[in-house]
Write a protein that binds this ligand. Structure first.
Ligand code: DAH
Length: 430
């Protein structure tokens, strides 16, 4: 089941199982660059890099150097260069970018309906402690999202936030009671048109005092839940017009009750966000034992893909003017006009997996080599032989959103993938 974010849910009850984490090796990769990044020249040994390696990024005025985040000296570290280079990009702070346009449209809704009472944060560092990311929001010790397979660890105590909920507790402790937090979040994940290891979320949080619900004659939890639903139904109408909606009960560690909002869009139910009434422990830990609160988290890419008709999540990262020039400040819902669809190129790869093999690790190797030229990676066949060896066959779809790829180029990528999976994933090619 999926939620608000384009990525699959990692906080639903179904996934409360710890996958065995494996000590996979890291690899390096140079990726597209950030306007706010500082660069060093390509490393001499890596002649064929297509982009320079980013040596430092600027996050909210703080310079983070590559060596702080991409580390060979810590076995827990699993941050590759491709991820590091995304850190200063802040797509959500660009007014003419679909993600920024959507953020501003949500801001407008809150400003006009709550007379600017919601404070806005969109520049909090994505480098957070495991306490912020997990413990403070009651993510169980054995939850799958804590594994090295799912989350980018800088070291054993520090991660790239995998959700904006990581900031709830710290903001509450600092005395904020109504806020919106927007930011880039990071998850190791599969490869297809709706999954990318970096995406954007917005978190909303609203604390109530006894006088708020006392007058209503309702119990505090019911009061908060009703207020939450009213607020988010209004937001969905603000963004999508008069759509059909439904509420689905679900589970999150940080809320009870918990809900998902779905809207009926293009003949299908689409999950728009996750939300709920905040667990009392979270409020209590921040000195708010007499209060009640609601919270929500929504994935901006998922909504933007629908609102702007953007068919592939990689588009958000392109600097191709044929994409960027189509969007303007304040223009919510302009429909993206595809400029061209370049041909895909399919390559299959089969290997005997080892016990430590995970698909996320394989995806990271492929992204490390092909970057945004990989469109999809899917398991097309698997079997176990009499000796108990398991074979996986994957189809890799290579396609650029900007040009036609040459055969030579794709063959070169594929041959590098073959080399690297053997070296890094301990698999045996077939
Ligand atoms: N943090 C959740 C996720 O990324 C989303 C979420 C769900 C945030 C419910 C909330 C909430 O604040 O109440 O999976």
């Amino acid at each position: 089941m999926t939620i608000f974010s384009v990525q699959s849910t990692i906080f639903s009850r179904a996934s409360v199982v710890l996958l065995s984490s494996n000590g996979f090796k890291r690899f390096s990769f140079a990726s597209s660059f950030s306007s706010s990044a500082v660069y060093s020249p390509p490393l001499p040994k890596m002649k064929k890099r297509r982009y320079p390696i980013v040596s430092a990024v600027d996050i909210g005025g703080v310079t983070i150097s590559r060596n702080d985040l991409v580390r060979d000296d810590d076995p827990t570290n699993n941050v590759p260069d491709s991820i590091f280079s995304k850190l200063g990009m802040q797509l959500h702070r660009r007014d003419k970018h679909p993600i920024g346009i959507l953020k501003n449209a949500i801001y407008n809704y809150f400003d006009s309906n709550y007379s600017k009472k919601f404070e806005k944060f969109d520049d909090l560092s994505p480098i957070v402690t495991t306490k912020q990311n997990f413990d403070d929001v009651l993510v169980p010790a054995d939850h799958v999202s804590r594994s090295l397979n799912d989350t980018y660890y800088v070291d054993s105590q520090t991660v790239l936030r995998c959700h904006t909920s990581a900031h709830q507790a710290e903001l509450l402790r600092k005395g904020h009671s109504r806020f919106l937090v927007t930011g880039d979040v990071y998850r190791r994940d599969s490869i297809d048109s709706t999954h990318y290891p970096v995406f954007h979320q917005m978190e909303g949080f609203c604390v109530f005092s006894p006088e708020d619900w006392n007058e209503s004659g309702k119990d505090s939890t019911l009061y908060a839940a009703e207020d939450l639903k009213k607020c988010l139904e209004g937001l969905a109408r603000h963004l999508f017009g008069s759509v059909e909606m439904r509420w689905v009960d679900t589970y999150f560690p940080f809320t009870n009750p918990s809900f998902e909002l779905e809207i009926y869009f293009k003949e299908d139910w689409l999950e728009v966000l996750g939300c709920g009434v905040t667990e009392q422990v979270i409020l209590k830990q921040s000195g708010l034992e007499n209060n009640v609160a609601w919270a929500f988290g929504l994935g901006l890419e998922r909504l933007a893909m629908v609102l702007f008709d953007i068919p592939d999540i990689r588009f958000f990262w392109t600097s191709d003017e044929r994409f960027t020039s189509q969007f303007g400040k304040g223009e919510l819902g302009v429909k993206f006009k595809p400029y061209s669809k370049y041909p895909p190129c399919y390559k299959d790869i089969s290997f005997w997996i080892s016990d430590s093999f995970t698909e996320n690790n394989f995806c990271e190797v492929v992204r490390g080599i092909a970057g945004d030229l990989v469109e999809e990676l899917k398991l097309i066949d698997q079997f176990t032989n009499k000796k108990g060896m398991t074979s996986h066959c994957y189809r890799i779809v290579f396609r650029s959103m900007e040009r036609s790829l040459t055969d030579e180029e794709v063959n070169d990528l594929q041959s590098k993938v073959r080399d690297e999976v053997q070296k890094k994933l301990n698999v045996e090619l077939r």
